[in-house]
Design a protein around this ligand. Structure first.
Ligand code: CAA
Length: 283
């Protein structure tokens, strides 16, 4: 099927990054969030991030202008109805995601593919609450979306082959690489990455190392571009905790127990860069 128009729910870190890469690849994008303020901030962020690419000579000023013109915004979810592909990139909470799909269902077209950018929640379960589990998939981008090459494609138990092929083609058109993952808690990337981050928090909690020494050890000792605690702040500590809880509940193994220090930081509202405080202080 020919996908031309894309509806994106959520103008946060992930939703704006996804809108950015789709618009640059020539898709018409309709970006949705609950307030004009969130949409205004989202558009300003996309503008700044494409400008970074213009200043590095990776994108021309004309292509930037064309991409920005391809992005429209709306606070009204039903206006996403006519799009060919919908990507939900809202908060990592199952009830929020389910409510969004429920609200969308009466308005979308029969051919519309529904996807979620969830980093851990069961695709099969999300799909089962819709009228089209065969046209439902996990479509998981990595942060920062304009830079990271990978997109995880996750089939639910009922996803059909044309839907998988259509999304695989979209990933190619975006200039990215698809990795196919089965629908088990946290898929591939976060199944491996989050326990590492959680272990880094335990390493801090047990006093084995300081924030600085833990991050430096992994950067200089294992060639990671960011230390695990810096990366946790970048992803958001609430998201890290939500993913650990999905792993712990879904796989019923104590090795996935979220570190109590991670829980405490989230309870304090220290969520990382987005709140200006996490393992580091950004104020
Ligand atoms: N938009 C456009 N370009 C961006 C950008 C953005 N949002 N963020 C960074 N860039 C560009 C920069 O302009 C720069 O471009 P050049 O190479 O042309 O100079 C390049 O990316 C590198 O950025 P910086 O020089 O600013 O900084 P850096 O070298 O420290 O790299 C980083 C930053 C790319 C984020 C790097 O630190 C990195 O790769 N970190 C690890 C990120 C990671 O692991 N992401 C996955 C998280 S897990 C996830 O997303 C899944 C989940 O579900 C939680």
């Amino acid at each position: 099927m020919d996908i031309k128009t894309v509806g994106i729910v959520g103008a946060g870190q992930m939703g704006t990054g996804i809108a950015h890469v789709f618009a640059l690849a020539g898709y018409d994008v309709l970006l949705n969030d609950i307030s004009e303020d969130a949409l205004g901030k989202g558009i300003a962020l996309i503008d700044r991030n494409i400008e970074r690419q213009v200043s590095k000579g990776k994108v021309s000023a004309e292509d930037k202008a064309a991409a920005m013109a391809r992005i429209r915004t709306t606070t009204k979810l039903p206006e996403l109805g006519p799009t060919d592909l919908i990507i939900e990139a809202a908060t990592e909470r199952e009830t929020v995601k389910q409510a969004i799909f429920e609200d969308l269902l009466p308005h979308i077209q029969p051919h519309t593919i529904l996807t979620s950018n969830t980093s851990s929640i069961s695709i099969t379960r999300l799909a089962s609450r819709t009228d089209r589990p065969e046209k439902f998939m996990g479509f998981h981008f990595m942060n920062p979306v304009p830079v990271m090459q990978l997109v995880e494609l996750i089939r639910g138990i009922a996803t059909d082959e044309p839907t998988y092929t259509a999304l695989h083609d979209v990933v190619k058109k975006l200039g990215k690489t698809a990795a196919s993952a089965e629908d088990f808690p946290a898929f591939i990337v976060n199944r491996i990455l989050m326990p590492m981050i959680n272990e880094a928090v335990y390493t801090l909690y047990e006093g084995v190392g300081s924030v600085k020494s833990i991050d430096e050890s992994l950067k200089l000792g294992a060639n990671h571009p960011m230390g695990p605690l810096e990366l946790a702040d970048f992803i958001g500590l609430d998201t890290c905790l939500a993913i650990m809880n999905v792993l712990h509940d879904g796989l019923a193994d104590t090795k996935y127990r979220p570190c109590p220090l991670l829980t405490k930081y989230v309870e304090a509202g220290w969520l990382g860069r987005k709140t200006d405080r996490g393992f580091y202080d950004y104020r």
